[in-house]
Design a protein around this ligand. Structure first.
Ligand SMILES: CC(C)(COP(=O)(O)OP(=O)(O)OC[C@H]1O[C@@H](n2cnc3c(N)ncnc32)[C@H](O)[C@@H]1OP(=O)(O)O)[C@@H](O)C(=O)NCCC(=O)NCCS
Length: 194
């Protein structure tokens, strides 16, 4: 019997193969990444445009990694850790979330340690994850959301070939002020850069 798209997706997300780009290895996260994760996830400048609070303690990062590892074992999508090839340093995460197999769509999310911003690294990672979502998982649509004011993230999405489809006005109350949320997406048959 032919494997359903959902069963195939679960099998792939459970295995979550390592991906290689020119400067990065995208690999499964480990509990041992907690220290490196805490170093950037506790940075308020990194968390400023995220929908989570900065990690206060190492325990927050450990708990997040435990949550990710549980998702791997269930075959639910969870991110890859980004390891810089040259140094072996764990510098961020990127991956597929919000998978809706019945609609063959999912969302992309990412975060990078501040000292590595502006080197084109996330553009590299997102291209690999988009390729994985379409070519390996067989998705039809990948979406991403970013808060207004996060120009670097909007640019990463544009460089990945994603189209800005609309804006939810005043959708998030953050730090006492309402912020708009931008919606981006790319379809399997849309042109992909590079
Ligand atoms: C968003 C983020 C992942 C970008 O990673 P990165 O590796 O620095 O991104 P890249 O270098 O691949 O590309 C960034 C692009 O944004 C541009 N950019 C950066 N800051 C900018 C700003 N303030 N205004 C306009 N463009 C900006 C860069 O010039 C570059 O575009 P270019 O190649 O055309 O010059 C990183 O800044 C980050 O982790 N931010 C905090 C977490 C976050 O916001 N995650 C996404 C939530 S939706």
């Amino acid at each position: 019997m032919e494997e359903s798209l959902e069963a195939r997706g679960r099998r792939i997300f459970r295995e979550l193969p390592t991906l290689e780009t020119r400067r990065l290895t995208l690999r499964r996260m480990r509990l041992g990444d907690a220290g490196a994760m805490h170093a950037y996830a506790s940075d308020p400048e990194v968390a400023r445009h995220m929908l989570w609070e900065p990690h206060e303690s190492l325990r927050d990062s450990e708990n997040f990694l435990r949550f990710v590892r549980e998702r791997y074992s269930r075959g639910d999508p969870a991110g890859w850790g980004l390891e810089e090839c040259e140094t072996g340093e764990f510098i961020g995460t990127c991956g597929i979330q919000g998978w809706q197999p019945e609609h063959s769509r999912a969302e992309i999310g990412y975060v990078l340690s501040r000292e590595h911003w502006g080197r084109g690294l996330m553009t590299e990672a997102v291209a690999a994850v988009v390729g994985f979502g379409f070519d390996r998982v067989g998705l039809n649509r990948l979406e991403a959301r970013c808060l207004d004011g996060n120009a670097a993230s909007a640019r990463v999405l544009e460089k990945a070939g994603m189209a800005h489809e609309g804006t939810s006005r005043s959708s998030h109350l953050i730090g006492g002020g309402f912020r708009d949320l931008h919606h981006y997406a790319i379809l399997r048959d849309d042109p992909r850069p590079g």
